[in-house]
Write a protein that binds this ligand. Structure first.
Ligand code: FAQ
Length: 324
C-alpha cells in the first residue's frame, strides 16, 4: 500500500487486513475462493454439531442417574446451539440455510467422521466428552482467531461450552474407573473404541490435506491437521494415566528428543471409508436427519404463518396510528 494514498484495490485491502490481523466482516470484499472455503468449512462444522447430537441423544433415556440425564440433555442442547450459531455465521456469506441443509441431506456436504460410530455403552458418553469434545476444543480454540469475524466470534462461545463438555466426559470416565471391575472394563472398552476415530477427526495428514496451505495463508486455520493431532495425543497420553487406563496404541511412547509422544500408524483406509459414507452408522445418521427435517415441516410452516400474522398486525396498527 502506498503511504498517503487511499488504497482502492480490493484484493490489496483484503490481504492487508489479513496480514494485520484485522477481521474480515460480511460486507467487506473478499476473494470468492475465501468465501467458498468458509462456506464449506463452517457449514460442515454446523452439520457436525447437529449430526453429533444423535450418538449422545441415544443415551438420554438410559443415563444412569437423574443428574447424568439432566447434564446430558443440556449438553445435547448445547450442540444444537452450536449448530445454529454456525449456520448463522455461514449465512452471512450469502448461502441460505435451506441450501446448506439440502447439501447435507443429499450427501453432498460432509460432516465429521467421528459421528458415524455407534454409542454402545454408557461409558461411550464419557469417552465422547473426554476424547471427541477434547479433540474438538484442540481444533476449535485456534478458530477463535480465524480471520472471518462471524466465525471467530461464534467459536468463542462454542469453545467455552465444549470445555465444560470435555470435563463432564472425563468425570464420567473417572467415576467408572474407580468403580467395580465391570465398570472399569466398560471404561477401557469405550476408550479403545473411540481413541483412533478421535485421532482421525483432525483430518488427513498434512501432505494429504488439499485445503490446509491456503486456509493457513488466509488465517482461517492457524495450525495444521498434524500439529493439532500431535497436541491432542500429548495431552491425552498424560490424562489417561489419571484414569488408570491405557490408550490402545502399542507404539505410544514419550520421545525425549522431540518432546512429544510418538504414536502408531493411523488407518487412513478406515478414515476415508467413513468420510465417503461407508462407516458403521453413516446411513442411519443421514436417515435420522432427513426424517427429523421432514417431520419438522409443520413447525417451520407454523413459524412462518405466525411471523406473517405478526407483521400484518404491526402493519395494521401503523396504518391506524397514521390515520389517527
Ligand atoms: N470428517 O484439506 P482438509 C464437534 C475432509 S465438531 C469428515 O484437511 P480442511 C463438536 C475435508 O472436509 C467436529 N471429513 O480439509 C461436538 C475435506 O473435504 P472437502 C467438527 C473430513 O477443511 C462434540 C477433505 O477431507 N469440527 O466435534 C474430516 O482444511 C461432541 C480434505 O481435508 C469441525 O468441523 C473429518 N474428520 O480441514 C459435537 C471444525 N477431516 O470439503 C457433538 C472446523 C477432513 O474438500 C458431540 N473444521 N475432512 O470435500 C476444520 O477445522 C477443518 O475443516 C478440518 C479439515 C480440520 C476438519
Amino acid at each position: 500500500m502506498t503511504a498517503g494514498n487511499a488504497n482502492t484495490d480490493p484484493q490489496e485491502i483484503f490481504d492487508d487486513k489479513v496480514a494485520r490481523e484485522i477481521r474480515i466482516e460480511p460486507k467487506d470484499w473478499m476473494p470468492d475462493k475465501y468465501r467458498q472455503t468458509l462456506i464449506r468449512q463452517i457449514s460442515q462444522h454446523a452439520h457436525s454439531e447437529i449430526v453429533g447430537m444423535l450418538p449422545e441423544g441415544n443415551w438420554i433415556t438410559r443415563a444412569p442417574t437423574l443428574r447424568r440425564k439432566a447434564t446430558l440433555i443440556a449438553k445435547v442442547q448445547d450442540e444444537a446451539g452450536h449448530g445454529l450459531y454456525l449456520y448463522s455465521a455461514a449465512e452471512t456469506l450469502n448461502i441460505s440455510r435451506d441450501e446448506m441443509l439440502a447439501q447435507l441431506h443429499s450427501g453432498k456436504a460432509k460432516y465429521s467422521s467421528i459421528f458415524n460410530y455407534p454409542t454402545l455403552t454408557w461409558a461411550d458418553i464419557g469417552a465422547i466428552g473426554w476424547l471427541v469434545d477434547g479433540a474438538a476444543i484442540m481444533n476449535q480454540v485456534p478458530l477463535c482467531r480465524a480471520s472471518y469475524g462471524p466465525y471467530a466470534r461464534a467459536m468463542v462461545r462454542i469453545c467455552k461450552e465444549e470445555s465444560f463438555h470435555q470435563r463432564q466426559g472425563f468425570e464420567i470416565l473417572l467415576t467408572l474407573s474407580r468403580g467395580s471391575s465391570p465398570q472399569r472394563h466398560m471404561c477401557q472398552d469405550a476408550i479403545n473404541r473411540w481413541w483412533w476415530p478421535s485421532v482421525m477427526m483432525f483430518g488427513p495428514s498434512d501432505d494429504q490435506s488439499p485445503h490446509s496451505a491456503q486456509s493457513m495463508a488466509w488465517k482461517i486455520k492457524r495450525f495444521s491437521n498434524d500439529e493439532l493431532r500431535q497436541k491432542f495425543v500429548d495431552v491425552c497420553a498424560e490424562q489417561v494415566k489419571l484414569l488408570g487406563m491405557t490408550l490402545p496404541d502399542k507404539d505410544l511412547q514419550w520421545n525425549a528428543t522431540t518432546e512429544h509422544y510418538d504414536f502408531g500408524p493411523i488407518n487412513w483406509q478406515e478414515f476415508w471409508d467413513v468420510v465417503n459414507g461407508n462407516g458403521p452408522c453413516n446411513r442411519e445418521r443421514l436417515e435420522a436427519r432427513v426424517k427429523a427435517h421432514e417431520e419438522g415441516q409443520w413447525v417451520r410452516d407454523a413459524a412462518i404463518a405466525f411471523a406473517a400474522k405478526q407483521n400484518d398486525s404491526i402493519r395494521k396498527k401503523n396504518t391506524a396510528d397514521v390515520a389517527a
